[in-house]
Design a protein around this ligand. Structure first.
Ligand code: 6PG
Length: 466
């Protein structure tokens, strides 16, 4: 009798292979499909042959799946996803489920969702976070689409996802493209946290003269406290890595140009469309762009030789830690704000508490602070903004003073902190009852009769300014 499989996966790169092995670890029969024979044999070489199979033959792959078929794609976002779907659909039956586990743009997911619905095939966009290690040992999974389609895959996703307090880091995010949308925001926050850690590194290297050995210890220590997070933990690990080609450390040999696949940029672009301000995330995206202008930066550094001799306060490592914590809070707050606006705009009906809950483990932005976010929304499900939660207000108040000192220091010393100083400015703007935008309204009305509203009476006004 032919063996039937519970779960199929298309795309046996490292992520796909690891995800499939994870599924098999949880006693589900899993089959992988790829066009590359090497990748198929790499999967088979991993063992588990009694429960795993790999194939190059899409017809055999489809025939061997139990119905309704559950097929996950882990192929590069964009055209490859459309090609695989077009290849599989003629072989599928009504009620089968295709899950796109890549970083697809949410608008592509909407298009695919509608098109497959008309063919009576379920489509789900599921963000999967945690890199190849997460895929193998337990990722955070953000599925969206039809709630009844989620029920089909739920037992497998709950089994393979990371666990925090025995709760799986997966939950149904919402209708349509909600899963990919939530993953996009995850990545925007990821960009921001990474940039902020980078700025703390440069500031402690140039300002506090910490060498790599010391930096390793500093990030290790920080990871024991409020900053405990996957990204701070791996940062410590990075400073420990020796270079294979020279006698120095690897980090010093890596070119300072950061690449990007686009999810951070999409977050910023979409925030503009929604009219949500996420300037710290935007700054992190801009820094990736500025980093790639290496040649021009090198020329400029020779031409602008200003010595920064302005007053700089003495700062301690603990104050830098507090400033980083402050800016982490601002980054998460901006991401949550965007989620809350998008939920209304796209009728996703997102549950922010549930999102914070599944981000506590498995994903790249997992951090102790996510427990605080989770509790903030648990205690007040209609919380308007994370920064208005009493518990978060206390945390922000406890570190804002140190942040001001650190930003003052970096400005005086000319150490760039586009994201950190931006986080502080965002906060100052956020808590300002009065902003100078009345003047902008006056300017608009003066040169273009664009009208303005008044503080003391309702209605729309225009003045003759001459
Ligand atoms: C994750 C990550 C992952 C992302 C990489 C690279 O959650 O596992 O977000 O999905 O692809 O972090 O992203 P960039 O190439 O844009 O930096």
């Amino acid at each position: 009798m032919t063996q039937l499989f519970d779960f199929g996966l298309v795309g046996l790169g490292v992520m796909g292979r690891n995800f499939l092995l994870n599924v098999a670890d949880h006693h589900f029969f899993a089959i992988g499909l790829d066009t590359d024979a090497q990748k198929v044999s790499d999967l088979i070489d991993e063992g588990h042959s009694d429960i795993i199979e790999g194939t190059l033959d899409k017809v055999a792959f489809i025939k061997k799946l139990t119905r309704p078929r559950k097929i996950m794609l882990l192929v590069p976002a964009g055209r490859p996803v459309d090609h695989v779907i077009a290849d599989l659909v003629p072989l599928l039956d009504s009620g089968d489920l295709i899950i796109d586990g890549g970083n697809s743009h949410f608008e592509d997911t909407n298009r695919r969702f509608t098109s497959l619905k008309s063919k009576d095939i379920y489509f789900m966009g599921a963000g999967v976070s945690g890199g190849s290690e997460g895929a193998r040992k337990g990722p955070s999974i953000m599925p969206g689409g039809d709630p009844e389609a989620y029920e089909i895959i739920k037992p497998i996703f709950e089994a393979v996802a990371a666990k925090v307090n025995d709760e799986p880091c997966v939950n149904f995010m919402g209708k349509g493209s909600a899963g990919n949308y939530v993953k996009m925001i995850h990545n925007g926050i990821e960009y921001s946290l990474m940039q902020l850690i980078g700025e703390s590194y440069q500031l402690m290297k140039l300002g506090l003269k910490q060498d790599n050995h010391r930096l390793k210890q500093t990030y290790h220590d920080w990871n024991q406290g409020v900053l405990q997070s996957f990204l701070v933990e791996i940062t410590s690990q990075i400073f420990d890595k020796k270079d294979d080609f020279t006698s120095g450390d690897l980090v010093d040999q890596i070119l300072d140009k950061a690449k990007q696949k686009g999810t951070g940029k999409w977050t910023s672009q979409n925030a503009m469309d929604l009219g949500v301000a996420i300037p710290t995330i935007d700054a992190a995206v801009s820094m990736r762009q500025i980093s790639s202008m290496k040649d021009i930066r090198m020329k400029a550094s020779e031409k602008y030789t200003e010595r920064s001799d302005g007053f700089a306060p003495e700062i301690s490592v603990e104050e830098v830690r507090d400033a980083l914590y402050f800016a982490f809070i601002m980054s998460y707050a901006q991401g949550m704000d965007q989620l809350s606006r998008a939920s209304k705009e796209y009728q996703y009906d997102l549950n922010l508490q549930s999102i914070a809950q599944i981000w506590r483990g498995g994903c790249i932005i997992r951090a102790r602070f996510l427990e605080d976010i989770h509790l903030a929304y648990k205690n007040d499900s209609s919380l308007e903004n994370l920064l208005l939660s009493p518990a978060i207000i206390d945390k922000v108040n406890s570190v804002v003073g140190a942040t001001r000192k650190v930003v003052q220091y970096t400005v005086a010393k000319g150490i760039p902190t586009l994201a950190l100083s931006n986080a502080l400015n965002y906060f100052d703007v956020f808590k300002s009852a009065e902003l100078p935008l009345n003047l902008i309204q006056a300017q608009r009305d003066l040169f273009g009769s664009h009208t303005y509203e008044r503080k003391d009476r309702s209605g729309v006004f225009h003045s003759e300014w001459d």
